[in-house]
Each structure stands twice: as structure tokens, then as C-alpha cells.
Design a binder for this molecule. Structure first.
Ligand SMILES: Nc1ncnc2c1ncn2[C@@H]1O[C@H](COP(=O)(O)OP(=O)(O)OP(=O)(O)O)[C@@H](O)[C@H]1O
Ligand SMILES: [Mg+2]
Length: 258
């Protein structure tokens, strides 16, 4: 029998604080491990520091206190970042948008083509390489943005409310596609959302945060043995997770001025 090994920690945050130049205490005393292979969701009200945590993990900003360690060095290649807005170049085709990270690495269009085409087909857009963002739906633009984040095959995918602007049908489809992608790639995902339902559907672990100062108030482990499908959306297990997450979120915002 194979010996079970402890999941590797990809990123460790210890006592992390972040105070912005204007004095806003965006984070205080945050302890968090990102474990290899997990689907971790940060769930919390507006302003609790979710985006700040992602930016610190990605090295786009530095903490003001505490220690952040990563099990890898090449942040540009090992971290894929998907922003809330698809942030595509409007003058470039889907292919060229996904090609960008490889181009920045100095690869030619020809050498990069197989990787770009593979990333586009991973997100179901194999036939849309030549399309421009204006010709694509909101959901498809978000898929291009995900393909661009995946094209370097990062260890860690950071997603900041990627589906918030989509209608529910598109969001459900992208949720399922994202889980399939994670399984195929064995990626580790840190996902930010306001939605209790989305967090309960996607996550293997939910971290609930509160604001002023931004901090972690609860952690919910999710049993993800059950397949995530239409049956799961109406199952007792899913309802129970939603209830726990909603309760923790209610406690987190309790006492705030809403
Ligand atoms: N560059 C900045 N300068 C000053 N304050 C900032 C800056 N970025 C964020 N903040 C403040 O830090 C706090 C945390 O912001 P952050 O964007 O991380 O929250 P969030 O949880 O992502 O919120 P939302 O759900 O609205 O996206 C907020 O009070 C915000 O106004
Ligand atoms: Mg945010």
C-alpha cells in the first residue's frame, strides 16, 4: 500500500498584516496555508481583504508585517492570475491574448502555437482562436482569460471573483468546467467569491473572512468525495455546506455597519 504523505504546502502566510499607505488596515494576523491540490475559497464581505491576500500571494504587493513563504521561486511562471474583469487586449485575437505570457517569455508565435491551442481547447474554445474579444460572450471572454492564466501550466491558479459578472447558467457551466480543468491539470486553486453557493459547490476548503481589519474568522472543510453535478446541487450534503458557510458569513459580518 502506498504511504500517505502530508499534502505539500505551496504558500504559507504567518501573522500577515497589510496596512495601505492611507492607513487602511486591510489585513491583520492572517495565518493560512495553501496546500497542493486543494480548491480553497476565500469567502467574505466587500473590503475584508480577499483581493489583498491574492495580491500578496502573487507577489504583486508586499505585506507590512508577518512572514509569507512560497515553495517555489518563479512567480511569473508558477502563478496564474484571473482577475474579475477578463482584462483582454481588445485589438488582439483570442490566440494572441493567450499567447501573451509566452511572448513575454521570449517565445515565437510558432513555437508557442501548440501550447496556446492546447490552453484554448482546455477551456472549450478550440474553434475560437481567431475571434476578437468583442465577438465573444462574457463567459467566453472569461474562458480566454482563464486560458491565458493556464498557458504556462502554473502550479497555483489565483482567481478573483472570476464569474461574478456572469448570469447563473454561464456561471454554473464555468464552475463545472473549472472543476474538470482542476482535475485534469492537478492545479491548486485559490478562488475568491461573495457567493456562499459558489463556495459550497467548488471548494475543498472555505476560509471565511471579516473586515476592518481584514481577518480570517472561520474555516470550513468540505467533504468533496461526491461528484459535483446537477444532483449534487440539490443534495443534502450541499445544503448542509451552504448552511455552514452562510452561518459563518453571517457571524463574520455581524456587528458591521452594513
Ligand atoms: N491600494 C489601496 N490603497 C488603499 N486602500 C486599499 C487599497 N486596496 C485596497 N484597499 C482597502 O483595503 C481593504 C481591503 O481591500 P480588498 O480589495 O482586499 O478587499 P476585498 O475583500 O477584495 O473586497 P471586494 O469584495 O469589494 O473586492 C478595503 O478597505 C479597501 O478599501
Ligand atoms: Mg476584491
Amino acid at each position: 500500500m502506498l504511504e500517505m504523505t502530508r499534502p505539500q504546502t505551496l504558500v504559507a502566510l504567518r501573522g500577515i498584516g497589510k496596512t495601505y499607505a492611507n492607513g487602511t488596515r486591510a489585513l491583520e494576523g492572517v495565518d493560512l496555508d495553501i496546500r497542493a491540490g486543494e480548491f480553497l475559497t476565500l469567502l467574505g464581505p466587500s473590503g475584508c481583504g480577499k483581493s489583498t491576500i491574492l495580491r500578496l500571494i502573487a507577489g504583486l504587493d508586499a505585506p507590512s508585517g508577518g512572514v509569507l513563504t512560497r515553495a517555489f521561486d518563479n512567480l511569473g511562471a508558477e502563478i496564474g492570475f484571473v482577475f474579475q474583469e477578463p482584462t483582454l487586449m481588445p485589438w488582439a485575437s483570442a490566440f494572441d491574448n493567450v499567447f501573451l505570457p509566452l511572448r513575454l517569455q521570449g517565445q515565437s508565435r510558432r513555437t508557442a502555437a501548440p501550447s496556446v491551442e492546447e490552453a484554448l481547447s482546455l477551456v472549450g474554445l478550440a474553434d475560437f482562436a481567431a475571434a476578437y474579444p468583442r465577438e465573444l460572450s462574457g463567459g467566453m471572454r472569461m474562458r480566454v482569460s482563464i486560458a491565458r492564466a493556464l498557458v504556462l501550466r502554473p502550479l497555483l491558479l489565483l482567481m478573483d471573483e472570476p464569474f461574478a459578472a456572469l448570469d447563473e447558467i454561464a456561471r454554473f457551466r464555468l464552475n463545472d468546467d473549472l472543476l474538470r480543468l482542476q482535475e485534469e491539470l492537478g492545479a491548486t486553486i485559490v478562488f475568491v467569491t461573495h457567493s456562499v453557493y459558489e463556495s459550497a459547490y467548488l471548494s475543498s476548503r472555505i476560509v471565511v473572512m471579516a473586515a476592518r481589519p481584514g481577518r480570517i474568522t472561520a474555516e470550513i472543510g468540505v467533504d468533496n468525495a461526491a461528484a459535483r453535478d446537477e444532483a449534487y446541487r440539490v443534495s443534502a450534503a450541499y445544503a448542509a455546506t451552504c448552511k455552514r458557510a452562510a452561518g459563518a458569513l453571517r457571524d463574520a459580518v455581524h456587528g458591521e455597519d452594513l
